[in-house]
Ligand binder design. Structure first.
Ligand code: UFG
Length: 327
């Protein structure tokens, strides 16, 4: 199948691109390389294009004639979205509209969209089911929910079919293809703890120790990027065999606290490092754990690397080999 992967130079997108290529798909990456890494794309064709540039996006679609699109490209920093909401709506909503317009013009009507647990805001129950209330508390979460709604209306009008995957906390590395997590700035817990263990950062901060959780620190659902990417392959098969549009959570269904993640990094690395208790980070829900029952039953997905030690072991291996990331 000819598959366009937007954001294919990013952390999750790059893993997806290699998995698609290994499965024999014909892949083109569309990425502006603002946060992604050319090295992560390997030998796969890349169009260095900004989603906000409608004519360049249209040109890329016309030249490649994709049959399906996996849409990863987005701005994805929650705090930055609060400071710069316009940029987030321009890219994540405006850019995505450009993309979908160009795809429809070239008769491509299948999309897998990278959505987020941020669409739920502060959830009432745990684990979170897909029909829980969506009440995002930052522009990033709103932008993801807005585009989900746009896709829903397009689907109801018969223009396209889509699967929206609401990711929980992506973590780990693709050791086979030597791909890992390298954001600038890095805000995510796992790479920050690893940086402290490697000594590239002086310490790791724990943002809040007074949450209503067993050890007082926030609980998250960590999912290995290979499990996450494989869910997209299944979604692609589902859509291309005529499956109706759907929204699925994508997590392991197991919660781990910030302290537990730090302990596991300590054990896996065998290193000692400084841990500093800090203030809560604004807008962090205390517990975010997915119910992934729907994707398990509808797409026969199941995580292969559900265990936190394995997830962190792969991240540790990659970061030890690449202490400066992609450099
Ligand atoms: N944390 C620390 N110290 C750090 C970094 C993070 O204590 O140095 C804590 C955070 O406060 C949070 C947990 O570790 O409680 C996980 O934080 P991450 O930044 O790794 O991930 P988030 O859960 O904040 O973010 C994820 C996705 C976002 C999505 C968000 C929804 O990465 O894309 O969930 O709330 F928007």
């Amino acid at each position: 199948m000819r598959v366009l992967v937007t954001g294919g130079a990013g952390y999750i997108g790059s893993v997806m691109v290699r998995m698609l290529a290994d499965e024999g798909h014909d892949v083109v990456v569309l990425d502006n390389l603002s946060r992604g890494h050319r090295r992560a794309v390997g030998g796969v064709d890349i169009a260095v294009v900004n989603l906000e540039d409608l004519s360049a996006v249209t040109e890329t679609c016309r030249a490649f004639q994709p049959e399906a699109c996996l849409h990863f490209a987005a701005r994805s920093l929650v705090a930055e979205s609060v400071a710069e909401p316009l940029a987030y709506f321009r890219t994540n909503v405006g850019g995505s509209l450009n993309l979908v317009g160009a795809l429809l013009e070239t008769d491509c009507d299948l999309m897998v969209f990278s959505s987020s647990a941020a669409t739920y805001g502060i959830p009432e129950g745990s684990p979170i089911v897909e029909d829980a209330e969506t009440a995002p508390i930052n522009p990033y979460g709103v932008s993801k929910l807005m585009f989900e709604r746009i896709l829903k209306w397009l689907s109801e009008a018969g223009s396209l079919s889509y699967v929206s995957l609401r990711y929980f906390n992506a973590a780990g590395a693709d050791i086979l293809h030597d791909l890992g997590e390298d954001h600038d700035p890095e805000t995510h817990l796992v790479p920050r703890v690893i940086a402290a263990a490697l000594g590239t950062e002086p310490s790791v901060s724990v943002y809040g120790t007074d949450y209503p959780t067993p050890d007082g620190t926030c609980v998250r659902d960590y999912i290995h990027i290979l499990d996450l990417a494989r869910a997209h392959l299944l979604a692609l098969d589902y859509l291309s065999s005529g499956g109706p549009s759907a929204v699925f959570n994508l997590g392991n269904g197991n919660g781990f606290s910030v302290k537990e993640v730090i302990d596991v990094v300590g054990r896996v690395s065998g290193r000692e490092f400084d841990i500093v208790n800090a203030e809560r980070r604004e807008g962090d829900p205390s517990i975010l754990v997915a119910s992934s029952e729907l994707i398990k039953s509808r797409l026969a997905w199941k995580p292969e690397f559900a265990d936190l030690e394995t997830i962190i072991e792969t991240a540790w291996q990659w970061h030890s080999r690449h202490p400066d990331g992609y450099g």
